[in-house]
Design a protein around this ligand. Structure first.
Ligand code: CTP
Length: 419
């Protein structure tokens, strides 16, 4: 495995292993952590000891492996280990471990340590796909994130159950890079003000019905969270979603395209960067009715739709020094449509994805995108969790000069950078 981040020389870590079949992968992880220079204390739950023996970790870490809370009590390990550690990495983390961390249960050494620690905690979950998708687990993951924990999402692929799904322990490189990011948080967005829009809009037909689209808001929320973590002040203008608001981000909730337009325009001068990740409705019912349409009316022969204002286009016309980023959700001729939009809306970057592709688009936790710029270059990113896509977009924005006034993009053709 090739490593790119800073070395771990002089870093003291706790590697906590919980009772998943992926516990054997923690052995490889420990070797990498040691190779990178870290001093590692391994803590195992009783479940983990059923899969791999503590002796394996003891030999490879060069120190005693703690697993029993009452034995550990003699040395106050539940206090001293987290106190000395610069980070606690839990890999693999079971659904049970996530639940205990959320509830603050303290019935074993690891869960007790999580109540005493002040250092960053990184969870790398591994479980069956259905468990990972279960609403309780989804809620626990969101809560832990809100509290500042890092979650390295499991990967898609064949699972120990013989099924296939998202549940495999993330690969070593991703875990290591999340650990390095937690140890050396990037503050490269500090001093910047990001306005990001997210989610769908809803356009009323009558007081109880609306037209909308399938956007979940996940991409916009991931952008807001990532930029905040990197030091930006963030305003999130969000249409209706089921997502918890990211911590320490100003949230402005809207429903219709016109409400979103007003919110975005009124704070445009505050921002230095706007990322329009929202799936703004392009059409609204021309004449929403004041009372609920009764079905006894029978056949509704037509629903007249009028176009909404294009917010991003308006920003392109009004901009002074802001960087503007748009999204394009397409179902065909992805790059051709994306180039047209970049030009028509007079923006700096356009993130395009084919919403019909597997592992991309609405509702998915991953995305496969192309990033197009005004100079005609196209960067293709591999399929990544939306959180990682967010960071890559933020990285790209930082390469753009701020303070450029609107000019029409010059080139339509260009290089195609592929990873
Ligand atoms: N957008 C916007 N206001 C609208 C519609 C879209 O600001 N009324 C923004 C979206 O947030 C996105 C970008 O414009 O960043 C692209 O939106 P999209 O609907 O895909 O493109 P359109 O220009 O509306 O073209 P079409 O629907 O024909 O694909």
């Amino acid at each position: 495995m090739q490593t790119t981040g800073p070395s771990l020389t002089g870093v003291r870590l706790v590697l906590a292993v919980t009772g998943s079949i992926a516990a054997y992968k923690a052995v490889g992880l420990l070797r990498i952590l040691r190779r990178e220079g870290a001093t590692v204390n391994v803590v195992m739950t009783a479940g983990a000891c059923r899969f791999v023996t503590p002796l394996t970790f003891e030999v490879l870490s060069g120190s005693h492996v703690a697993s029993d809370l009452f034995e550990a009590h003699q040395e106050m390990l539940h206090l001293s280990l987290p106190e000395q550690a610069q980070a606690i990495l839990i890999a693999p983390a079971t659904a049970n471990c996530l639940a205990k961390a959320v509830l603050g249960l303290a019935d074993d050494l690891l869960s007790t340590m999580l109540l005493t620690t002040q250092c960053p905690v990184i969870f790398a979950p591994a479980m069956d796909g259905d468990m990972w998708q279960h609403p309780t687990v989804v809620e626990h993951v969101a809560t832990l994130r809100q509290r500042g924990a890092v979650i390295v999402e499991p990967e898609e692929g064949p699972l120990a159950s013989g099924r296939s799904g998202q549940g495999r322990l993330a690969d070593e490189a991703r875990i290591l890079s999340a650990l390095q990011a937690a140890l050396h948080p990037r503050r490269d967005w500090s001093g910047r003000r990001l306005l990001v829009s997210a989610g769908p809009t809803q356009e009323p037909i009558d007081p109880v019905r609306f037209i909308s689209n399938r956007s979940s808001g996940k991409m916009g929320y991931a952008l807001a969270e990532a930029a905040r973590a990197r030091g930006a002040e963030v305003l999130l203008v969000s249409g209706p979603t089921a997502l918890p608001p990211p911590a320490d981000v100003e949230l402005c909730s809207v429903t219709t395209a016109e409400e979103m337009r007003k919110a975005v325009i009124s704070r445009f001068s505050w921002s230095d960067t706007v990322i329009m990740a929202a799936a703004v409705a392009d059409f609204r019912p021309a004449q929403p009715v004041a009372q609920k349409l009764k079905k006894r009316r029978g056949l509704v022969t037509s629903l007249e739709l009028s176009p909404t204002e294009d917010i991003l286009k308006e920003l392109g016309e009004r901009r002074t020094t802001q960087v503007l980023v748009g999204f394009a959700a397409e179902t065909e001729d992805l790059l051709a449509h994306a180039r047209e939009k970049l030009q028509a809306k007079d923006i700096d970057l356009l993130v395009a994805n084919d919403v019909t592709a597997a592992g991309a688009g609405f509702g998915s936790d991953t995305n496969r995108v192309f990033i197009l710029d005004r100079d005609g270059s196209v960067e293709e990113l591999p399929q990544l969790p939306k959180r990682d896509v967010a960071h890559r977009i933020l990285d790209r924005v930082l390469t753009l000069p701020t303070g450029r006034r609107s000019t029409k993009p010059a080139v339509q053709t260009g290089t195609h950078r592929k990873e």
